[in-house]
Ligand binder design. Sequence first.
Ligand SMILES: Nc1ncnc2c1ncn2[C@@H]1O[C@H](COP(=O)(O)OP(=O)(O)O)[C@@H](O)[C@H]1O
Ligand SMILES: [Mg+2]
Length: 251
Amino acid sequence: MTGQPLLEVRALVKRFGGLQALDKLSFEVHPGEILGIVGPNGAGKTALINCVTGFYAPNDGQIILGSRDITGLPVHRIGRLGIARTFQNIRLFRRMTVLENVAAVTHDWVRRPLRSLLARRYGAIRDESMALLERLRLDSKADQVAGGLAYGEARRLEIARALATRPRLLFLDEPAAGMNEQETEALIGDIRAIGALVEGVVVVEHDIDLIRTLSTRLVAMNYGRRIAQGSAAEVFADPQVIEAYLGRDNA
Ligand SMILES: Nc1ncnc2c1ncn2[C@@H]1O[C@H](COP(=O)(O)OP(=O)(O)O)[C@@H](O)[C@H]1O
Ligand SMILES: [Mg+2]
């Protein structure tokens, strides 16, 4: 690939005591990519998202967004610079409505709360939030409390919220976890359509069918290291990847 990467992760290290969750991990996300990250449980996929989004401070290595070094910046700074994420364990405001969950994190509301209040920009915030709910097929649920959503719906609401910050790059941590085959298939269409709203998507997923169908390129991890990268066909034919899946994960 040519041109400047959207994101560059260089020799990233994250330790927890004696455990090396990320061991000099390097990879790039290029503009327009839907990059899939695969690897058995405990490979370090969530730790990677936590480091890139500022939830964990890495012990070593660099994270470059565009041409800016964002290594070790706090969560809110990284959010403002354009990286958003969803969580493997859903995190929503359960007592707020579906619409409020999205509106509360919109770009306008978070960056210019006073202006939003004074200029009565509620209308614009509401419209933008509703448009995102429509994209994620949740517009009919706008006025229900988020705590009452079905599991798959809650996962989609998390994606709508992440998009409300108008990110350049979106990380999805196991977006299909707990979904049945039909829901997963519909989700694949949703994520493809989201590609038009952001410059890049990184999907961490256990569901190999989803990853195969969706990703333009794959990175495989094990024990915090990159063990393969390339097309889905290349990565899933790689002996180290086969070994990692058979050796550590009987799912
Ligand atoms: N906050 C933490 N404290 C201690 N160990 C952690 C923490 N987060 C992750 N780990 C460990 O780091 C390794 C990678 O975990 P994780 O990134 O969650 O894996 P994955 O998402 O690929 O399943 C695991 O061994 C896990 O137990
Ligand atoms: Mg994980």
